[in-house]
Design a protein around this ligand. Structure first.
Ligand code: PGA
Length: 253
Protein backbone atom coordinates (compact mmCIF):
# COMPACT_ATOMS: atom_id res chain seq x y z
CA UNK A 1 0.00 0.00 0.00
CA UNK A 2 2.79 2.45 0.93
CA UNK A 3 5.44 2.53 -1.78
CA UNK A 4 8.81 2.18 -0.05
CA UNK A 5 11.41 4.92 -0.44
CA UNK A 6 15.13 4.20 -0.52
CA UNK A 7 17.02 7.48 -0.15
CA UNK A 8 20.72 8.29 -0.18
CA UNK A 9 21.97 11.18 1.93
CA UNK A 10 25.35 12.18 0.54
CA UNK A 11 26.01 14.73 3.30
CA UNK A 12 29.14 16.81 2.48
CA UNK A 13 30.59 14.32 0.01
CA UNK A 14 31.01 14.29 -3.79
CA UNK A 15 31.84 17.11 -6.18
CA UNK A 16 29.61 17.49 -9.27
CA UNK A 17 32.07 15.34 -11.24
CA UNK A 18 32.01 12.61 -8.60
CA UNK A 19 28.22 12.81 -8.42
CA UNK A 20 27.94 12.31 -12.19
CA UNK A 21 30.36 9.41 -12.23
CA UNK A 22 28.29 7.78 -9.44
CA UNK A 23 25.17 8.16 -11.62
CA UNK A 24 26.92 6.69 -14.66
CA UNK A 25 27.46 3.49 -12.68
CA UNK A 26 24.27 3.58 -10.58
CA UNK A 27 21.54 4.35 -13.13
CA UNK A 28 22.13 1.21 -15.28
CA UNK A 29 22.12 -0.96 -12.14
CA UNK A 30 18.63 0.14 -11.06
CA UNK A 31 17.09 1.16 -14.36
CA UNK A 32 14.20 -1.32 -14.27
CA UNK A 33 13.52 -0.95 -10.58
CA UNK A 34 9.96 0.13 -9.83
CA UNK A 35 9.17 -1.46 -6.45
CA UNK A 36 10.70 1.42 -4.46
CA UNK A 37 11.05 5.15 -4.97
CA UNK A 38 14.72 6.10 -5.21
CA UNK A 39 15.84 9.54 -4.04
CA UNK A 40 19.31 11.07 -3.77
CA UNK A 41 20.23 14.04 -1.59
CA UNK A 42 23.49 15.51 -2.98
CA UNK A 43 25.20 18.68 -1.74
CA UNK A 44 23.80 21.98 -2.98
CA UNK A 45 26.68 22.39 -5.47
CA UNK A 46 25.87 19.03 -7.11
CA UNK A 47 22.08 19.19 -6.90
CA UNK A 48 21.48 20.89 -10.27
CA UNK A 49 23.79 18.42 -12.04
CA UNK A 50 22.09 15.44 -10.41
CA UNK A 51 18.64 16.80 -11.28
CA UNK A 52 19.69 17.17 -14.93
CA UNK A 53 21.29 13.74 -15.12
CA UNK A 54 18.28 11.99 -13.54
CA UNK A 55 15.62 13.58 -15.74
CA UNK A 56 13.48 10.83 -17.30
CA UNK A 57 14.88 8.20 -14.96
CA UNK A 58 13.43 6.42 -11.91
CA UNK A 59 15.65 8.49 -9.58
CA UNK A 60 14.55 11.72 -7.92
CA UNK A 61 16.77 14.27 -6.21
CA UNK A 62 16.36 16.59 -3.27
CA UNK A 63 18.16 19.14 -1.11
CA UNK A 64 19.67 18.33 2.27
CA UNK A 65 18.16 21.43 3.87
CA UNK A 66 16.50 24.73 3.01
CA UNK A 67 15.29 27.97 4.62
CA UNK A 68 11.58 28.46 5.26
CA UNK A 69 11.34 31.92 3.63
CA UNK A 70 11.25 32.58 -0.12
CA UNK A 71 13.98 35.22 -0.15
CA UNK A 72 15.81 37.60 2.13
CA UNK A 73 19.13 38.68 3.58
CA UNK A 74 20.16 35.20 4.79
CA UNK A 75 23.69 34.51 3.60
CA UNK A 76 24.32 30.91 2.69
CA UNK A 77 20.68 29.86 2.58
CA UNK A 78 18.55 28.41 -0.23
CA UNK A 79 14.80 28.94 -0.33
CA UNK A 80 11.90 26.63 -1.16
CA UNK A 81 11.06 28.77 -4.22
CA UNK A 82 14.60 28.36 -5.49
CA UNK A 83 14.50 24.58 -5.04
CA UNK A 84 11.12 24.32 -6.74
CA UNK A 85 12.40 26.47 -9.63
CA UNK A 86 15.10 23.90 -10.49
CA UNK A 87 12.53 21.07 -10.32
CA UNK A 88 13.88 19.63 -7.12
CA UNK A 89 11.24 17.26 -5.74
CA UNK A 90 12.33 16.40 -2.18
CA UNK A 91 13.94 18.08 0.81
CA UNK A 92 15.47 16.68 4.00
CA UNK A 93 14.39 18.59 7.09
CA UNK A 94 15.78 18.52 10.62
CA UNK A 95 18.51 15.94 10.05
CA UNK A 96 20.25 15.43 13.41
CA UNK A 97 23.50 16.82 11.95
CA UNK A 98 21.58 20.04 11.15
CA UNK A 99 20.01 20.06 14.60
CA UNK A 100 23.40 19.55 16.27
CA UNK A 101 25.81 21.61 14.11
CA UNK A 102 23.48 24.25 12.63
CA UNK A 103 21.31 24.57 15.75
CA UNK A 104 18.06 23.87 13.97
CA UNK A 105 15.20 23.87 16.45
CA UNK A 106 11.88 22.02 16.44
CA UNK A 107 10.16 25.31 15.54
CA UNK A 108 12.40 25.80 12.51
CA UNK A 109 11.68 22.26 11.36
CA UNK A 110 7.96 23.06 11.63
CA UNK A 111 8.31 26.29 9.59
CA UNK A 112 10.35 24.46 6.97
CA UNK A 113 7.81 21.64 6.77
CA UNK A 114 5.01 24.13 6.12
CA UNK A 115 7.14 25.87 3.47
CA UNK A 116 7.99 22.55 1.76
CA UNK A 117 4.34 21.48 1.61
CA UNK A 118 3.39 24.91 0.27
CA UNK A 119 5.88 24.50 -2.60
CA UNK A 120 5.00 20.90 -3.46
CA UNK A 121 8.38 19.68 -2.23
CA UNK A 122 8.13 16.26 -0.58
CA UNK A 123 9.58 16.69 2.91
CA UNK A 124 11.59 14.01 4.67
CA UNK A 125 11.40 15.07 8.31
CA UNK A 126 14.11 13.48 10.44
CA UNK A 127 13.54 12.64 14.09
CA UNK A 128 15.57 10.56 16.52
CA UNK A 129 16.77 10.24 20.08
CA UNK A 130 20.32 10.46 21.41
CA UNK A 131 21.88 7.52 23.27
CA UNK A 132 21.56 9.36 26.54
CA UNK A 133 17.79 9.84 26.05
CA UNK A 134 17.34 6.19 25.06
CA UNK A 135 19.24 5.01 28.12
CA UNK A 136 17.08 7.26 30.30
CA UNK A 137 13.91 5.66 28.89
CA UNK A 138 12.94 8.84 27.05
CA UNK A 139 12.87 7.53 23.46
CA UNK A 140 9.07 7.65 23.19
CA UNK A 141 8.83 11.11 24.72
CA UNK A 142 11.53 12.54 22.44
CA UNK A 143 10.06 11.05 19.27
CA UNK A 144 6.50 12.07 20.07
CA UNK A 145 7.66 15.59 20.92
CA UNK A 146 9.70 15.98 17.72
CA UNK A 147 6.85 14.66 15.56
CA UNK A 148 4.23 16.80 17.34
CA UNK A 149 6.36 19.95 16.97
CA UNK A 150 7.08 19.26 13.29
CA UNK A 151 3.38 18.75 12.54
CA UNK A 152 2.13 21.68 14.62
CA UNK A 153 -0.47 23.60 12.61
CA UNK A 154 -0.31 21.24 9.60
CA UNK A 155 -3.71 20.79 7.96
CA UNK A 156 -4.98 17.24 8.69
CA UNK A 157 -7.05 17.23 5.50
CA UNK A 158 -4.02 17.88 3.28
CA UNK A 159 -3.03 15.23 0.76
CA UNK A 160 0.61 16.16 0.11
CA UNK A 161 3.05 13.27 0.54
CA UNK A 162 4.75 13.28 3.91
CA UNK A 163 7.82 11.23 4.76
CA UNK A 164 9.33 10.88 8.22
CA UNK A 165 12.76 9.38 8.82
CA UNK A 166 13.48 7.79 12.17
CA UNK A 167 17.21 8.15 12.71
CA UNK A 168 18.45 7.32 16.21
CA UNK A 169 21.41 9.67 16.65
CA UNK A 170 23.49 6.85 18.19
CA UNK A 171 23.12 4.72 15.05
CA UNK A 172 24.18 7.35 12.50
CA UNK A 173 27.59 6.69 11.00
CA UNK A 174 28.54 4.47 13.93
CA UNK A 175 28.06 1.04 12.40
CA UNK A 176 25.62 0.13 15.19
CA UNK A 177 22.20 -0.29 13.66
CA UNK A 178 19.09 -0.30 15.84
CA UNK A 179 17.54 -3.79 15.92
CA UNK A 180 14.55 -4.37 13.63
CA UNK A 181 12.35 -4.72 16.75
CA UNK A 182 13.57 -1.38 18.19
CA UNK A 183 12.93 0.30 14.86
CA UNK A 184 9.49 -1.27 14.46
CA UNK A 185 8.50 -0.05 17.97
CA UNK A 186 9.69 3.47 17.22
CA UNK A 187 7.95 3.55 13.84
CA UNK A 188 4.67 2.27 15.33
CA UNK A 189 4.82 5.03 17.89
CA UNK A 190 5.66 7.70 15.30
CA UNK A 191 2.70 6.53 13.20
CA UNK A 192 0.42 6.74 16.27
CA UNK A 193 1.57 10.31 16.86
CA UNK A 194 0.94 11.21 13.20
CA UNK A 195 -2.54 9.67 13.56
CA UNK A 196 -3.20 11.73 16.70
CA UNK A 197 -2.21 14.93 14.85
CA UNK A 198 -3.39 14.33 11.28
CA UNK A 199 -5.84 11.44 11.56
CA UNK A 200 -5.54 7.72 10.80
CA UNK A 201 -5.80 7.98 7.01
CA UNK A 202 -2.90 10.40 6.72
CA UNK A 203 -0.92 8.30 9.20
CA UNK A 204 -1.48 5.19 7.09
CA UNK A 205 -0.21 6.97 3.98
CA UNK A 206 2.86 8.48 5.66
CA UNK A 207 6.06 6.68 4.73
CA UNK A 208 8.36 6.21 7.73
CA UNK A 209 11.98 5.46 6.79
CA UNK A 210 14.72 4.14 9.02
CA UNK A 211 18.20 5.65 8.94
CA UNK A 212 21.34 4.73 10.84
CA UNK A 213 24.04 2.41 9.46
CA UNK A 214 21.79 0.75 6.87
CA UNK A 215 23.88 -1.63 4.73
CA UNK A 216 23.16 -4.33 2.12
CA UNK A 217 23.47 -6.91 4.94
CA UNK A 218 20.70 -5.48 7.14
CA UNK A 219 18.35 -3.86 4.61
CA UNK A 220 16.09 -6.91 4.04
CA UNK A 221 15.47 -7.62 7.73
CA UNK A 222 14.68 -3.99 8.42
CA UNK A 223 12.37 -3.71 5.41
CA UNK A 224 10.45 -6.82 6.54
CA UNK A 225 9.00 -4.91 9.53
CA UNK A 226 5.43 -3.77 8.89
CA UNK A 227 5.97 -0.10 9.77
CA UNK A 228 9.34 0.36 8.05
CA UNK A 229 8.61 1.92 4.67
CA UNK A 230 12.13 2.51 3.47
CA UNK A 231 15.61 3.63 4.38
CA UNK A 232 17.61 6.84 4.56
CA UNK A 233 21.17 5.74 3.86
CA UNK A 234 24.27 7.82 4.54
CA UNK A 235 27.70 6.17 4.21
CA UNK A 236 26.53 3.16 2.22
CA UNK A 237 24.85 5.39 -0.40
CA UNK A 238 28.18 6.84 -1.55
CA UNK A 239 29.17 3.78 -3.54
CA UNK A 240 27.00 3.00 -6.59
CA UNK A 241 27.19 -0.80 -6.32
CA UNK A 242 26.54 -0.86 -2.58
CA UNK A 243 23.62 1.54 -2.79
CA UNK A 244 22.14 -0.43 -5.71
CA UNK A 245 22.28 -3.57 -3.54
CA UNK A 246 20.34 -1.75 -0.82
CA UNK A 247 17.78 -0.50 -3.34
CA UNK A 248 17.31 -4.08 -4.52
CA UNK A 249 16.99 -5.61 -1.02
CA UNK A 250 15.18 -8.93 -1.20
CA UNK A 251 11.87 -9.06 0.59
CA UNK A 252 11.77 -11.57 3.42
CA UNK A 253 9.21 -14.36 3.09
P1 PGA B 1 24.56 6.45 7.98
O1 PGA B 1 23.81 7.88 7.95
O2 PGA B 1 23.82 5.53 7.06
O3 PGA B 1 25.97 6.74 7.53
O4 PGA B 1 24.51 5.95 9.41
C1 PGA B 1 22.42 7.97 7.88
C2 PGA B 1 21.99 9.42 7.88
O5 PGA B 1 22.61 10.24 8.56
O6 PGA B 1 21.03 9.80 7.17
Amino acid sequence: MRKPVIAGNWKMYKTPKESLSFLERFLPLIKDHTRDEIVLFPTMSSLGYVLDATQNTNVRAGAQTMHWLNEGPYTGQTSPTMLASIHCTHVLLGHSERRIYAHETDDMVNWKLKAALGHALTPVVCVGETLDKRQSGLTDAVLRWQVACALNGIEPAGSEPLIIAYEPVWAIGTGSTATPAQVQDAHRMIRDEVAARLGPDRANETRILYGGSVKPENASTLMAQPDIDGALVGGASLDAETFAQIVKYTSQP
